[in-house]
Each structure stands twice: as C-alpha cells, then as structure tokens.
Design a protein around this ligand. Structure first.
Ligand code: ADP
Ligand code: MG
Ligand code: MG
Length: 514
C-alpha cells in the first residue's frame, strides 16, 4: 500500500455526518458494554456518590489499516512466545541472576523477589502456573522494504482489554457491513471493499485459559470438600471493570464456573488458608453470603502489578498469602518477574550468551530466528558501553526510549529527555532502566478518536497491535494447555510517545488488513 492511499484514509465526513457517527458509537458503546467508569476528575463532586455512571471507552471511529503479514506473524508466534515465557519462569536460577541485579535499585522488584523467596523457603504446594499474556507490537517500516513485526513489550500480568477489544471489532464490523445508504454506514472507501476486521476471540481464549486451570486444579483439597471457584483479584475502584466482566461472564455462562471479584485490599479479610491443612487450599468467604465458603482453584490478578498498589506491608502479606496457597496463580510472582523489561533486553542481546536459543533448545531454529526478528535493539545501562553512549548523546537519544521495570503505561522517558533524566539520577541506579530503539510505525494513516470525555480528535496516528495467548504449565515447564487467539489494536496521535488506553494516551481500535 502506498502513502497516497493512506492519505485518503479515512473517508471524509461532513460535520453533520461525523456528529451522527459519534452519537451512534456513543450509544452503541453503552448498549453493548464497550464502556469504562468515568475518571473521577470528570465527575463533579458528589454527583456519582453511588458509582452508577459509565461512559464509552476511548475508541476510534474507523478501523485502522494494518499490514496483514505482520498480523499473521504475530499470531503465528504467540504460542511460541507463551512457551518461551513459561520456560523462563521455570528457570528460577537464571531469572534470579537477572533479577538480583535490580534488587538494590528497585524496591518493587526486590519485594516481589522477596515474596518468592519467602514462599520457596516454606515450599510451594501448587506445581501449575497460568499465564494470560499479551505480546505487543508495531509494524516497523524501513524505506524500500515491506513492514516487519517488532515487539514493543511482552506482558505477563493483568494483560487487559481482551473484553473491550472484541467489542470494538464488532462495532467496526457492523458499521462496515451496514448497506450503503443506511443511516449508520461509513462513506465508501476502496479499503472497505470486501474487507472487515478479522475475528477477535480474545474473550474465548483468555477465559479458556482460566477454565483450563480451574479444571486442572482437580478436586477440592478441603475436608469436607468445598465448591470450587475462580477469584478475580481487582483494584478497588477499577475503572476498566467492563473489560474484566466480559471474561467472568464467559466463564460463568459458557464454562459454568463460579467467579468472584475481590478487591486486593479485602484479601486478608475474605480469604484464609486453614493452618491445619498442609495442602494449603485458599478458602474464600463471600461477604455477601455469610456462612458460605468456596475453594479457589485459580487466582487471576488484575491488580498488584504496580508499586502504588502496595500501600502498606499488609499488601505484601496478602501477596505472600496468595502465593503460598494451593490456588493456581495467574501469574505467579516469578512469572510476573519474567515480564520485566530487563528480561526482554537480555533476550535481545546480540552478543554474549545466546539465552534465547538456550531457552528454545529443541525448537526449530527457523522459529527461533523468526522470534528474534521481532526484537528491536535494546541496551543495558549498568556499565559504560554502547547503551550509555546512545542514551547520553542527544542525537542518538532521539531514536530511543528509556524503560524502567514497570507496567501500566506512563513510566517511560522518551527521546530528548533521556540524557538529562539519566544525569538527574545517581549513576548507580541506571542499571534499573533499559534503553530501547524506537520502532518506526509508518506510513501513517489518519483516524478520528472519540475519547471517554466525549472529545473528538482527528489526526495522524500510530497503532500498536497486541496478541493474546494463554498457557498452563507444570514445574518442569511442560504445557498442559497452550493457545492463542484474539487481538487488541490501540491507536494514538502520532506525536504522543506513550501508549496505554487506561493511562489515557490511546484509543481502542480494530484492524483492516492490507
Ligand atoms: P508498559 O508496560 O508501561 O505498557 P511499554 O513498553 O508498552 O510499557 O511502553 C509504553 C508505550 O511506549 C507503548 O505502548 C508504546 O506506545 C511506547 N513504546 C514503548 N517502546 C517503544 C518502542 N521501542 N518504539 C516505539 N514506541 C514504544
Ligand atoms: Mg506492559
Ligand atoms: Mg505496554
């Protein structure tokens, strides 16, 4: 596809047509649960005391073009990536060597590692681990060649938006399939001819992983036996609740599994591990149903991925409590740590020991090579070398992003700000950050975004693809269930560096393959 075709995308809308489309999408979003709770700042004091308000999730009016070769490659590699991260998680010694280097500069990572050591000392009782992963990419363009798939990051905890993303696909597909002349159809465009966004079965895939773990847990370990359930551990006041409810509804309605939501600050109040039972079942007492008890097969964390969620030592006690229980954790502490940006940088190292090949020994070397092709150059900053050179030189810094060991968006330092930022922190702390070359996602299409405060923005955009995968594995790294399916497209203004939807930088989108 040439730039000229992009320059005509999306088809123009008159002011009246745009307003009509925006109104249609706002209503569709609420009717179908493509929604979020509004940010507190958007609610005048005292007007939503009972938390009844919801608004549309930030969403684009049109699907965005995305290269089919990159989309297919991302899907083809997902189960390979799933297995890679399961294998890394099982190699506690290797993981520990990388993580230990971060401990003196990163309290959060240090506390996660300490949590693992504490449970290890007592002994883990659950050999199975569950991952619900999302591998994020951009289509990287170098002049004169076809776009290639480059990984932005690999998420091992609280990988979100599977639920809402599937809905955006439905919304755009409905608009595309609406016959010409119908009130809500798009104006014609050649990209729309016999083209709708690919199927998006993220909800089925992610729920399928949770259901596989629930089944693999086996019988109740309590005497007398208790009914079994899945527990979603969530943030208090979570705004992205409807995304999570898409998964729990599917688990309940299709897999017939009871699911409870538990804010992380209630873990120590509402769950316990009977001290008399060496199997350490995690028992959940629903506060709304006094006297009833469930045994938790699977703890799904949509919380506890950021340091500010651990408000006191009580939160760390709660994390240890979950980790030492017999419930299957999604993720375990070790699996969460395997998602550190540092691990991704070490895997991508072009010289020194070939960690990637070691972890993938037994795999087809051609597949290892394809995985390696998705890595963008990344550098360690622990000592003088190429990374420091590139980061401290204002010219080369412009082509890079500096990342700490954090999740959830809003944590990175970009381009011209890198040298001054590094000089503002003690040199001994530099090793807590990795330097990554910026991916160049051109050519740029335009799109129009409807933000969750109703604002409508039009401009050149950059899109980031996420592909979902799930894997259940035992302590040897052997997979009992390894599946991929479903995707997320997030689109942001070209000039915006960051990318998260929840962090307010980008909008949910869907894909038109070209
Ligand atoms: P987080 O775990 O906080 O989401 P990311 O590594 O995904 O951290 O970085 C956040 C955002 O920064 C991404 O969504 C993307 O928009 C941008 N970003 C990160 N790395 C790169 C890169 N190498 N090239 C271009 N943009 C990047
Ligand atoms: Mg992340
Ligand atoms: Mg990210």
């Amino acid at each position: 596809m040439t730039d000229s075709i992009f320059s005509e995308y999306p088809p123009g809308l008159s002011q009246a047509q745009q307003e009509y489309l925006v109104t249609t999408i706002k209503d569709w979003a609420i009717q179908n649960g493509l929604a979020v709770r509004p940010p507190p700042a958007a609610i005048p004091d005292g007007t939503d005391l009972h938390r009844v308000l919801a608004t549309n999730a930030p969403v684009t009016l049109f699907p965005s073009p995305f290269p089919a070769v990159c989309f297919e490659e991302a899907k083809a590699l997902q189960t390979v990536y799933n297995q890679l991260y399961a294998t890394i998680t099982c190699n506690e010694e290797w993981l520990g060597r990388v993580i230990e280097d971060l401990i003196d500069v990163d309290d959060f990572v240090a506390n996660l590692w300490k949590t693992h050591l504490e449970v290890k000392k007592e002994g883990y009782v659950q050999p199975l681990s569950l991952g619900l992963f999302r591998s994020d990419y951009m289509a990287h363009v170098t002049p004169g060649s076809t776009p290639s798939l480059k990984q932005v990051e690999f998420n091992t905890i609280s990988s979100s938006f599977g639920g809402l993303s599937a809905l955006v696909r439905t919304l755009h597909a409905e608009l595309l399939m609406s016959p010409p002349g119908f009130p809500i159809s798009y104006p014609p465009h050649h990209l729309f001819e016999s083209n709708i966004p690919p199927e998006n079965n993220a909800v089925e895939t992610l729920s399928g992983g949770l259901a596989a773990a629930h089944t693999a847990y086996g019988m109740s370990k309590s005497t007398p036996a208790l009914p079994l359930c899945v527990l979603f551990v969530v943030q208090d006041g979570e705004r992205n609740i409807f995304d999570q409810l898409a998964l729990s509804k599917h688990l309940t309605q299709v897999h017939k599994i009871p699911v409870f939501r538990l804010p992380s600050n209630r873990i120590l109040n509402d769950t316990l591990i009977p001290s008399s039972n060496s199997s350490r079942p995690l028992i959940y007492h629903p506060p709304h149903s006094p006297g009833s008890a469930f045994e938790v097969t699977t703890v799904y964390l949509r919380a506890y991925y950021a340091p500010d969620e651990y408000k006191s030592s009580k939160d760390w006690t709660a994390r240890v409590h979950l980790e030492r229980s017999a419930a299957i954790k999604c993720p375990t502490v070790l699996n969460q740590l395997s998602g550190c940006k540092k691990i991704q940088q070490v895997l991508a190292e072009p010289t020194g020991p070939d960690h990637l090949s070691s972890f993938m020994s037994g795999s087809d070397p051609a597949v290892v090579a394809r995985l390696r092709e998705t890595f963008a150059p990344q550098y360690d900053l622990s000592s003088d070398g190429r990374g420091r050179e590139l980061a401290l030189n204002p010219e080369t810094a412009m082509k890079h992003v500096l990342k700490p060991q954090r999740e959830g968006g809003g944590n990175n330092i970009y381009k011209s700000e890198i040298p001054d930022f590094l000089r503002s922190i003690p040199e001994k702390d530099w090793k807590g950050w990795v330097l990554m070359e910026l991916i160049n996602p051109a050519p740029n299409a335009e799109n129009v975004a409807l933000r969750n405060d109703g604002e409508v923005l039009r401009g050149k955009v950059i899109s980031e693809l996420g592909v979902y995968g799930t894997i259940l594995w035992d302590s040897t790294g052997k997979a009992l269930h390894n599946d991929q399916g479903g995707w997320l497209l997030r689109t942001k203004g070209q000039e915006v560096n960051e990318g998260g939807v929840a962090a307010g930088f980008s909008s949910l989108d869907s894909i038109l393959l070209y």
